[in-house]
Design a binder for this molecule. Structure first.
Ligand SMILES: [Zn+2]
Length: 119
């Protein structure tokens, strides 16, 4: 298993049957992004785009997703941000922190550091 440092965007209508490592698939028709977990475990991570879920920023070359990708449901429990295509690792959380984070994520999905539109 090798971690991926960068995810390049690929705009598609629907995801391919087998995703490729290092690619961030973006489906505008389905308002969904998908990629293989950046830790290298090979699990598919699907991030729906909506005001209450993930927000995508495309700068013409690369993509940022907000908030962070927290794969609490996967065995690897990886946690990272995607910023202009670069994978920035967050630290791994304990089970208790994950429970707390989930609650906090629901309350506070602010991306003001990302797009300046926060409160
Ligand atoms: Zn993983």
């Amino acid at each position: 298993m090798t971690a991926v440092a960068f995810l390049r965007p690929e705009f598609v209508e629907s995801f391919p049957p087998e995703m490729e490592r290092g690619v961030l698939y973006v489906s505008i028709p389905y308002a969904t992004c998908g990629h293989l977990c950046a830790c290298g475990c090979g699990q598919e991570v699907v991030t729906p785009l909506s005001p209450g879920q993930w927000t995508l920023t495309y700068n013409g070359e690369n993509i940022s997703l907000c908030p962070s990708i927290g794969n609490w449901g996967l065995p690897c429990r990886s946690h990272y941000w995607i910023r202009d295509g670069a994978v920035r690792w967050g630290r791994r959380y304990t089970a208790r922190e994950i429970a707390n984070n989930r609650a906090r994520d629901r309350r506070d999905r602010d991306c003001k550091n990302n797009n300046g539109s926060g409160p």
